[in-house]
Design a protein around this ligand. Structure first.
Ligand SMILES: *[C@@H]1O[C@H](CO)[C@@H](O)[C@H](O)[C@H]1NC(C)=O
Ligand SMILES: *[C@@H]1O[C@H](CO)[C@@H](O)[C@H](O)[C@H]1NC(C)=O
Ligand SMILES: *[C@@H]1O[C@H](CO)[C@@H](O)[C@H](O)[C@H]1NC(C)=O
Ligand SMILES: *[C@@H]1O[C@H](CO)[C@@H](O)[C@H](O)[C@H]1NC(C)=O
Ligand SMILES: *[C@@H]1O[C@H](CO)[C@@H](O)[C@H](O)[C@H]1NC(C)=O
Ligand SMILES: *[C@@H]1O[C@H](CO)[C@@H](O)[C@H](O)[C@H]1NC(C)=O
Ligand SMILES: *[C@@H]1O[C@H](CO)[C@@H](O)[C@H](O)[C@H]1NC(C)=O
Ligand SMILES: *[C@@H]1O[C@H](CO)[C@@H](O)[C@H](O)[C@H]1NC(C)=O
Ligand SMILES: *[C@@H]1O[C@H](CO)[C@@H](O)[C@H](O)[C@H]1NC(C)=O
Ligand SMILES: *[C@@H]1O[C@H](CO)[C@@H](O)[C@H](O)[C@H]1NC(C)=O
Ligand SMILES: *[C@@H]1O[C@H](CO)[C@@H](O)[C@H](O)[C@H]1NC(C)=O
Ligand SMILES: *[C@@H]1O[C@H](CO)[C@@H](O)[C@H](O)[C@H]1NC(C)=O
Length: 512
């Protein structure tokens, strides 16, 4: 079994102020004005997304962040898997807790909330199914920890075959996490999807900011234990994941020297690999020791819980189905076992990214179109099922853009010279639009096989450098406003299917 642990008992780290507020972006989707709730500023979402419709939830007494949503059109047929993306500025190489919150409120007319997908950058994150929570009258939230690879990150919603009405979202949060949090995970290759985070033996309301400086949500689990720890001597700064002190003020425990069994997390798990962190502190002293097993597999042997607290991590633990944790007192223990808190995340492989050069090229191209396709946000190629409209990509680990087909898309604007950066492009089809301006130099695009720019309003000369593209087999330029001489590099090019007429006012046309 590929697992490893850190046993941590340390008091030596520099204390962090617990009063600092979470840093990042708190986005109130569908809102038109900003608001301050519990000392945190929520921004309207208009600066982060350019598609979708803002809607009010017609239900009173909701939290302000739940009272508006943004909904996205449900597209049919081949447009099914198009994604709608929020793009949020981030610090490159920092780790972010990303939380999406959904409260349906019947905003798109249906009785049941729609089920759809959520995506972070190029990776599938999870299915959003809020049906059960909504039936109970509660909002649903999803949380994960992701690495910022570039200067922005995208969170996207996409419909799927199980989506029957418009996807929607209530709020989106990006919280910058400290370096030490969850740092045993290789975030270059993996992300963490929160499954459960509980404060054991606690029955109050959700623990969050200001108790948790990163505003993580710690849900109550179980009844208050008769022996309530006050958590005063717990050294929070010794825990890399910085759990809030409040988690150590309650505990699940057994009063006799007997095993403590808990079903945790409550829901059965899908077969996968999990990051598990369990938190313990014991103010009573040292005579308490126990073994910990998860589904009968030893997780840790003979744990002696110190007053200052201890965290046990496993960062790649295979689980599936119901999960039973058993804390068994070991020989010599005069007290029963206890536990204060726990976090469990599914470890998700990062899905990859489109090559930066292609992302830059497509982004410039998008800027040069006046009305780019609405889904040109987030990663252009990934997830594979959710590539941008008209964009075809290569398979494998170095994902490149190999085809661009925006035929008859009603595009206007011009063709950015930065298209020259899409060096893996083999088919460029932009026919039957209203693009104008000159045709840029495409000679760096050595892989080009077909170029279709017909039925547009391109003007100026035909670049003679097009003749340098060895593989070029089709060049369709008819019905534009092109002028000047037809380059001889093209007229004499063997195997080239060249179309220049009708339209265009070209000199020295080749003999038909
Ligand atoms: C939502 O409510 C606000 C104020 O209550 C109003 O100004 C806004 O027009 C409403 N938006 C929609 C889409 O109905
Ligand atoms: C969503 O959740 C409900 C309730 O658990 C379930 O009945 C339904 O099948 C789920 N939908 C999808 C598409 O997974
Ligand atoms: C995680 O952070 C702690 C505290 O800064 C540090 O001591 C530890 O070496 C880090 N672990 C890894 C794997 O980077
Ligand atoms: C992913 O893992 C491989 C092998 O473990 C490593 O060489 C590579 O640097 C990792 N990628 C990133 C982006 O960290
Ligand atoms: C939590 O537990 C305490 C002690 O058992 C009890 O007095 C209190 O009413 C409980 N609170 C809730 C919200 O259930
Ligand atoms: C754990 O072990 C007990 C007793 O040996 C057995 O009854 C039980 O089925 C096992 N549970 C799992 C999940 O393997
Ligand atoms: C605790 O674990 C150790 C090492 O795996 C084992 O030798 C011991 O029998 C266990 N004790 C109990 C009470 O299960
Ligand atoms: C990528 O792989 C899929 C399925 O394996 C295949 O259908 C598709 O043609 C491949 N695309 C390219 C560009 O090789
Ligand atoms: C581009 O799209 C048009 C219209 O959808 C289609 O007729 C044409 O075959 C496509 N070209 C390529 C290279 O896929
Ligand atoms: C050209 O594009 C328009 C939409 O912009 C479409 O209505 C028309 O049918 C297209 N013409 C041809 C010949 O495909
Ligand atoms: C291509 O992208 C690079 C950055 O990756 C940029 O420096 C360069 O100017 C771009 N070239 C073209 C022709 O767009
Ligand atoms: C195209 O050229 C014709 C004739 O020179 C001119 O009337 C027309 O305005 C031009 N169209 C554009 C979009 O430049």
């Amino acid at each position: 079994m590929i697992t490893f642990f850190f046993l941590l008992i340390t008091l030596s780290l520099v204390p962090l102020s617990l009063s600092q507020s979470p840093k990042g972006f708190f986005i109130d989707c569908g809102a038109t004005t900003s608001s301050v709730i519990d000392g945190r500023e929520w921004l309207p979402d208009t600066g982060f997304i350019s598609t979708g419709t803002s809607r009010n939830v017609t239900q009173t007494g909701l939290l302000p962040t739940l009272s508006t949503v943004r909904t996205f059109p449900l597209l049919q047929n081949e447009m099914l898997r198009r994604k709608f993306c929020y793009v949020v500025p981030v610090f490159r190489s920092a780790k972010y807790l990303v939380r999406t919150t959904y409260y349906y409120g019947g905003v798109n007319g249906g009785v049941l909330p729609p089920v759809f997908d959520q995506i972070v950058d190029g990776s599938f994150w999870s299915v959003v199914n809020t049906t059960d929570d909504y039936a109970r009258g509660s909002a649903s939230y999803y949380e994960g920890v992701f690495l910022a690879v570039g200067k922005s990150m995208s969170v996207c919603l996409a419909s799927n075959s199980y989506t029957d009405s418009e996807p929607f979202i209530s709020s989106l949060e990006f919280v910058l996490l400290g370096d030490s949090l969850y740092n045993s995970t290789d975030f270059g290759n993996f992300s963490l999807r929160l499954v459960a985070r509980h404060s054991f033996g606690y029955n109050g309301s959700l623990i969050s900011y200001p108790d948790d400086q990163f505003d993580r949500y710690w849900e109550p689990y179980g009844k208050n234990s008769p022996t309530t720890s006050r958590g005063e001597s717990v050294a929070i700064n010794g825990f890399w994941n910085l759990p809030p002190l409040k988690v150590f003020q309650t505990q699940l425990a057994v009063s006799q020297v007997l095993p403590l069994e808990l079903q945790w997390p409550l829901e059965p798990l899908q077969n996968s690999r999990y990051y598990i962190a369990l938190y313990f502190a014991d103010e009573t002293g040292t005579s308490r020791s126990f073994n910990i097993s998860i589904n009968n597999v030893t997780y840790f042997s003979d744990l002696k819980v110190p007053q200052s607290g201890v965290a046990l991590f496993a960062n790649d633990w295979p689980l599936g189905g119901p999960t039973k944790i058993i804390l068994t007192p070991t020989a010599g223990s005069t007290l029963g076992p206890l536990i204060n808190g726990g976090e469990i995340f599914e470890v998700l492989p990062v899905g990859g990214r489109t090559q930066t050069r292609d992302v830059i090229g497509l982004t410039r191209l998008k800027d040069s179109f006046q009305n780019p396709p609405f889904d040109w946000n987030g990663d252009p190629c990934l997830p594979k099922e959710n590539a941008w409209t008209g964009v075809t990509c290569s398979n494998g680990s170095h994902v490149r853009v190999i085809g661009l087909n925006l035929t008859s898309m009603g595009l206007s604007g011009s063709l950015s010279p930065n298209i020259a950066n899409l060096t893996a492009l083999s088919d460029l089809w932009l026919g039957n639009n209203s693009l104008s301006g000159s045709i840029p130099d495409l000679s760096t695009l050595k892989m080009l096989n077909t170029i279709h720019l017909e039925d547009n309003q391109f003007n100026g000369p035909i670049p003679s450098s097009l003749g340098n593209i060895d593989r070029l087999q089709e060049l369709f330029l008819q019905n534009n406003n092109l002028t000047g001489q037809v380059p001889s590099s093209l007229t004499g090019k063997p195997g080239l299917n060249l179309r220049l007429f009708p339209g265009n006012s070209l000199l020295n046309p080749p003999n038909a």
